[in-house]
Design a protein around this ligand. Structure first.
Ligand code: ZN
Length: 184
């Protein structure tokens, strides 16, 4: 990441807003934003599939509820954040460590995203790496751009779903959705 470029761009943004970049409160802002970007966009350069630690286990339905994520909308550069509900039905005894599933969410969220694509990419990473019978991913989020800009849909929650294989429809999907506490 080009820290210097980010610092210069933040200074330009402040000037564009009409701010006084010399005032005490803003003197450190370009540095702080550039440093924060290292964490906020830490997902670049990491392969989400490689983040998945494949271990051996039974081919029983696995669900992870309320995995928190923080991402950034690529249109407004404003945060959207919420929780991921993830279910997968393994095949061939390939399961993934719970922590590494959360890590996949993190790698993909800490980039410029839209919620719809983030949901798809999480499902696809699990689908590719584990070759399971099925995958189901639902994200619920609050989009700061929806709340602060334009229509100001204050309090609106957005929900996106991506599914593959046996969890794309039918009774296995219903069971996964039930265990995850509903389509939320
Ligand atoms: Zn946006």
């Amino acid at each position: 990441m080009d820290q210097d470029r980010i610092r210069r761009a933040v200074r330009e943004l402040l000037l564009g807003i009409g701010e006084d970049v010399q005032r005490a409160g803003l003197s450190g802002t370009p540095d702080t934003v550039a440093e924060a970007a290292l964490e906020i966009y830490a997902g670049y350069g990491h392969d989400p599939e490689a983040a998945l630690e494949v271990i051996e286990g039974p081919d029983n339905l696995i669900v992870l509820r309320d995995v928190p994520f923080f991402s950034t909308c690529e249109h407004h550069l404003l945060p959207f954040f919420g929780t991921a509900q993830i279910a997968f039905l393994p095949a061939g005894g390939r399961i993934a460590g719970f922590g590494s599933i959360a890590r996949v969410v993190d790698v993909l969220a800490r980039r410029l995203q839209i919620q719809e694509r983030l949901t798809e990419e999480i499902a696809q990473a699990l689908w590719q790496r584990l070759a399971p019978q099925g995958v189901y991913v639902a994200l619920q989020a609050r989009q700061l751009c929806m709340q602060m800009v334009g229509g100001r849909e204050i309090g609106a929650v957005t929900l996106t779903v991506a599914a593959r294989g046996a969890l794309a429809d039918g009774s296995a999907r219903q069971e996964a959705v039930r265990l995850l506490g509903g389509d939320r």
